[in-house]
Ligand binder design. Sequence first.
Ligand SMILES: NC(=O)c1ccc[n+]([C@@H]2O[C@H](COP(=O)([O-])OP(=O)(O)OC[C@H]3O[C@@H](n4cnc5c(N)ncnc54)[C@H](O)[C@@H]3O)[C@@H](O)[C@H]2O)c1
Length: 333
Amino acid sequence: MIRMGVVGYGYWGPNIVRNLRSLEGCEVAAVCDQSPAAVRRIKQAHPDLTVTTQASELLTSTEIDAIAVVTPVCTHFELAKAALQNGKHVFVEKPFTATTQQAEELIELAERKNLKIMVDHTFLFTGAVRKIRELIDEGVLGDLYYYDSTRVNLGLFQHDVSVVWDLAPHDLSIMSFLIPQEPEAVVATGQSHLNGLVDVAFLTVYFPGNTIAHINVNWLSPVKVRTTLLGGEKKMLVWNDLEADEKLKIYDKGAQINNGQGLYELMVSYRSGDMWAPRVEQTEALKVELGHFMDCISKDRSPINDGVAGLRVVKLLEAADRSLAERGRAVRV
Ligand SMILES: NC(=O)c1ccc[n+]([C@@H]2O[C@H](COP(=O)([O-])OP(=O)(O)OC[C@H]3O[C@@H](n4cnc5c(N)ncnc54)[C@H](O)[C@@H]3O)[C@@H](O)[C@H]2O)c1
């Protein structure tokens, strides 16, 4: 039985507590939030749980094996560090930390103490992303031309981070999971309109070879869009995460150049074949992910979304910030 302590019960914390409580082999030992209003909500939803406003009680408890840090980004490092120092495994919300230096320090500390770090890259555990990875691994898409994602809606405005640090970690973690290459450079443009934090942004990530990724994140969109296109040499796919049933559609479409010698002899042939929608597992991603965390602790394995995966995303976010500050200069990573 792995005994969990959860710190942070705002918007996302309730999902963590609910899913942890649905897992066999896991017990929620205590939940903490510094806000009295949050404490009232915890007591109402889970009257049987131990609740406190002091994170230190969880961090030093001998009755707790692992801590979930579900608080704003600026607090991740201190809470995760204290948890590791007290011999506890940590599950940290995305983005892992506010700087690469903090991420490196936590990775080093966890290694030294032989403890696990898992960063909540929830989408890696969705049926859709696992299916896409399978299609890539089996060579169905062929060489990848591009990854192009749109993640826009109205709000939720964050107080401490820009839309890039709030929404792009999802796409950057998915992209890193699907494209088995280290990115070379990031170009980011964007603008802030309301509270001084960038609320509309466009990121381009260059990989060695000719694979390119583009990510559009926006808190000022009138409609919610969660659509990703992946273009491959052999097949192309559309992932619409807002679709209830057919989230993934694979198209046997493409273009080929059969060139002659000169410009006027350039011949493009287009392929327009079938479209199909593969079955996608519907289990709640967070439940699968937290189950993976329990497994990694009990079997002493590295999570697929470990500290190094978290660091990779933070590096790209920092590069995006540097590029944004210079209106889209290409920043090497
Ligand atoms: N994986 C996902 O899909 C997903 C979705 C939403 C949010 N998140 C992440 O979850 C984290 C929290 O986001 P949120 O939207 O729930 O924020 P939130 O502001 O709604 O909630 C944070 C809670 O943490 C509490 N808190 C802050 N510092 C604390 C401390 N030192 N001790 C105890 N309690 C403390 C606050 O009182 C608040 O109730 C962020 O890192 C965010 O990026 C992830």
